[in-house]
Design a protein around this ligand. Sequence first.
Ligand code: KG4
Ligand code: ZN
Length: 452
Amino acid sequence: MRRATMLFLAAARALCPRIAPQPTRRSIIRAAKSKVTKPRYATGKAKAVYRGEGLGAPSYDSAPIASSGLPDTSKPYAVLGIETSCDDTAAAIVRSDGTILGEAVASQHEVHAKYGGIVPGLAKEAHEKAIDAVVDEALQQAHLTMEDIGAVAATVGPGLEICLRVGARKAAHLAAKYEKPFLHCHHLEAHCLVARLEEQLEFPYLALLVSGGHCQLLWVQGVGDCSVLGGTLDDALGEAYDKAARMLHLSSETGGGPALEQAALRGNTTAIDLPVPMKKRKDCDFSYAGLKNALRGRVAERRDERGLSDEEQLPDQDVYDLAASFQSVAIEHVEDRLKVAFKRVINEAGSAPTLALVGGVAANAELRRRVSAVASQAGWRLVVPPPRLCTDNGVMVAWSAIEKASLGFSDEIDEEVEVIPRWPFREHAAPEPVKIAVKLASKAERATAAAA
Ligand code: KG4
Ligand code: ZN
C-alpha cells in the first residue's frame, strides 16, 4: 500500500474506530462550513474524558442568521436532512411540528462485511452511488418536491471526512439551486436531540450516547449546549460489540452489533466468566478494551479446550454463550456508570431526572430493558427513540435543523462548504474545519432551473 494511503487510513482510523484494520498479508488472503456556527460545548475529547467543572455551559449568546436565511417559521415547513458521516446514506423529510413525512436509508454493511470494519474509500463510493436515490426516495415518500422544502440540512461532523463531504455537498447544491436556507448538523447532538422528536422531553436532561464511535454521558441543557460528564477511555460500546462479533465470526450483513445481539439470545449469560470493567471506579467514564481482550482470551481458551485449529469454527452453543456473557457484562458496566451519573446529576443539578438513551447501540433490546430497569429503580424517567431513529438516520439531521432554526440559526452557503471530521463537544473552541470546494450553480443556471 502506498505510504500516503497508509497515513490517510491511520488518520481516518483515529477519527472512526470502526474503520477496518489495515489488511495484513494474512487478512488479504483470508478476506480475499459554509461558515460554521460555533455553539458552545463543554470541554471534552471525542473518545474521553472530561471529569468535572460542574454541569452545563451557557447557550448561544446571539442568533446569527446566515445569508441562506431561515424558513418561514410562522407556519409548518418541511426540512430535508441528509446524513453520510459513516456507513449509512440517509435522508428524511421532517415537518417542523415533528411529523416524519418521508425517510430512506441505504446501509453499507454488505460492502464492508468482509473487511472486518469500515473501509473509508468504499464507504465514500457507496455514499456517492446511493445519495441521489436516497434523497429522491425520501421526497417521494413525502409526496413533495424540492420546491416544497423549507430548508436543507446535512451532517458536517464529526465523522469520516470523505464521507461527510458527499452529504454536505449534496445538501449545499440543493440549497443553492432551490434557494433554501441551509443548516449544519452536529452528528452527536442530533443523536441527543432526536429523543425530543416523538416524546415530550424538556431541557435539561441526561443523555447516554452509545454508538460506534462514541460512548458518553452528556448533560444536555439546550441546543448547542451540552456538557460531557464522562466518556470512554478506549473503545466505544458499539465498537466493542463490533469487535466481539468479529472475534466470534458473527459479522454479517446486518452489522456486528445486531448479529451479536441475536446470538446472545440463545446463550447463557453466566456461562463464561468475564470481568466487569472499572468496578472500583466511581466516575462516569467507560472502558471496553479490557473486556474485549478478556473475551479474546476466553475464545482462545475454548478453542484449545475443543482442540480446534485456527480454521475451525467453535460450536454454535459456545458462540452463543460467549456472546451472551459479553453482552451481559458490557451492559453491567453501563448500569454502573449510570448509577454514578444519576447521583451526580441529582447532587449538582438538583432535579430533572430524565434520561435519554440514544445512538446506534440504543437499538439493542437487552440494553433498553436493563437501562429501563436501572432508571425506574432510581426514580428516573427514561426516553428512548424507536430503534430506527437510534442508528444513523436522516430524521435526526432534519430534526436538529428544526431545533436550530426555531432558535434563529442558519448557516451560509458559500463557494466552499466546510466539513468538520473531528468535532467533539467542547467549550469556546473553534472547530478546525476542513474546507471542501463545492461548485455551486451560477445565478443564470439557477434561474434556468427555476424556470424549468
Ligand atoms: O449511531 P450509529 O448508527 O453510528 C455511529 O454514529 O457510530 O451506531 C452504530 C453502532 C455500531 O457499532 C453497531 O454495531 C451498533 O451501533 N448497533 C448495535 C445494534 N444496532 C446497532 N449494537 C448492539 N445491538 C444492536 N441492536
Ligand atoms: Zn451515529
